[in-house]
Write a protein that binds this ligand. Sequence first.
Ligand SMILES: Nc1ncnc2c1ncn2[C@@H]1O[C@H](COP(=O)(O)OP(=O)(O)O)[C@@H](O)[C@H]1O
Ligand SMILES: [Mg+2]
Length: 589
Amino acid sequence: MEIEGKFKIKFKKAWLDDLAVFLRLMKPHRLRLLLALLCSLIISGLNGVIAWAVKPAMEGIFIKKSYEFLYLIPIGVVILFTLKGIFTFTNNYLMSSIGAKIVKTVRDAVYEKILKLPMSYFYKDSSGNLISKVLNDVDLLKNTVAFTIKDFLVEGLTIIVLAGVALYRRWDLALLSFVVLPLLIYVIAKIGVRLHDVGMKTRLRIAKVTTLLHETLNGIKIIKAFTMENAMIKRYENALQEHYRNTMREVITEEFSVLLTETLAGIGVALIIFYGGFLVVNDRISSGDFFSFVAAILLMYTPLRRLSRVNASFQRGRNVLERLREIIFFEEEPDKGKSIDIKGHIVFKNVSFKYPLSKDYALKNINFEINPGETVAIVGSSGAGKSTIVDLIAGFWYPNEGDILIDGISIREISLHSLRSQIALVTQDIILFNDSIINNIKFGNITSTREEVEKSAKIADAHDFIVKLPSSYESTVGEKGVLLSGGQKQRITIARAILREPKILIFDEATASLDTESEEKIQKALEEMRKGRTTIVIAHRLSTTKKADKIIVMDNGKIIEIGLHEELLAKGGLYNELWKLQFSDFSYS
Ligand SMILES: Nc1ncnc2c1ncn2[C@@H]1O[C@H](COP(=O)(O)OP(=O)(O)O)[C@@H](O)[C@H]1O
Ligand SMILES: [Mg+2]
């Protein structure tokens, strides 16, 4: 990805690295930056002119007592300040637009990157933290770019120009006021380190607040049902309080650098007044020179104060880079393999698999073969590893040991995009997007026509209830589909899978939330659907498994039995046990 290169710089010093990243991010906007730089030059030049003009103005009014000057000076002042205002406006506009453009680019690139990250990333970084990075953190880049760079350029140049005027008027006085400079630089550098550390904590705290908010919105029903409102408020308040404390720590550190800058500036001014006053008293300096000099020094005050904040803002930007690097440098999901037309032959050969953060293997030495067009049922108690098997087929994870062959080719050599484009997965977690029903179904195949969508919906037993909705297929499902019942939402996801016309169709407990009648209808639809494609059904209700060409019975990450319904019943093993259990379930209900 383009952005990755921009973030990849290796200097000896980390802050140089980060500075280089900012410069690279600004590179596409160099024309604007150049214009802004021009404005900065003009602004600092105007400041210089103002300080320099104090001498002729003073001499014109106080010494020559000329009327001409009396008229000219106010006009000159208005012109100078108006010009300064215009160029400051243009400069701010340009830098803010560069900042906003960079924020847009980075958000875009990070989003794209997130979509390319492997599943393992999302177990490492919570979605709240990711949202916080993309929204809160990236937003800070705008300030870093717009204000840090602008202040650094404008105020830095202004200080240089004013220092030039001061030197030109009285070099000895000027040098005297600059003796505090090395001390100032040292202090700012020291404070920068602390700001960097405190700022990083603030980022983590705001991420925590975002995470809590995100989780609350996702789990609002459970929070209410378990009457956890007060506990959540407490938790949220704590997170806010911690964030507040850290923000204040940051403010104190930042303001402390302003305080020190001002104190040191005061010392500089005191030295000038002492020595300058001495020169004036002894008639060794003209009052015009002296006032022009003092004007230059005083005009330096605001730029100096702003410059002392530049570091704070730069450190904040560096924190953002640090957090973004965690995403940007995370290895993407590989997608280099071959694109193949899948027939649907699946072989697991001695597959063992362990989730990255867990100790135990979720799958242990799994072996089975599914022929193209077969329907296979996987059964077993919860936690047995059924979902893990289908997730491996979809390439969400690669096995730690052994291999998975799709049409005889190792899954590692197949392009994941090509593989997944021929798989349709219906899971128990119902994922609908905040969009119309038709678009949610079309998610399965974006190019399909309205007729095809309706046909799929009919097969999934969804058409009838959809047309009864106020806006039929155009109804919005709301966030997570609050308008619809669980079974209805599930049927939409099934229609989506059907529309995809996959070579491998996977139902992971997809009918668990449906009533028996709907389930039966979908069973029939499935029979239609599975012609010519490999179907894997993880079923809760074993009635589904009767017609399967193969039943895989799992327990604790291992395959216990494989066979046909009748065979497995006769065998009297785990399948028989599960069957009896369910049968007795039914007799009670
Ligand atoms: N993302 C994950 N990280 C760590 N462990 C997981 C993860 N997902 C599932 N597991 C574990 O892997 C095992 C198999 O889970 P799963 O395949 O979901 O079972 P099933 O679908 O049969 O109920 C379980 O012990 C579960 O705790
Ligand atoms: Mg499961």
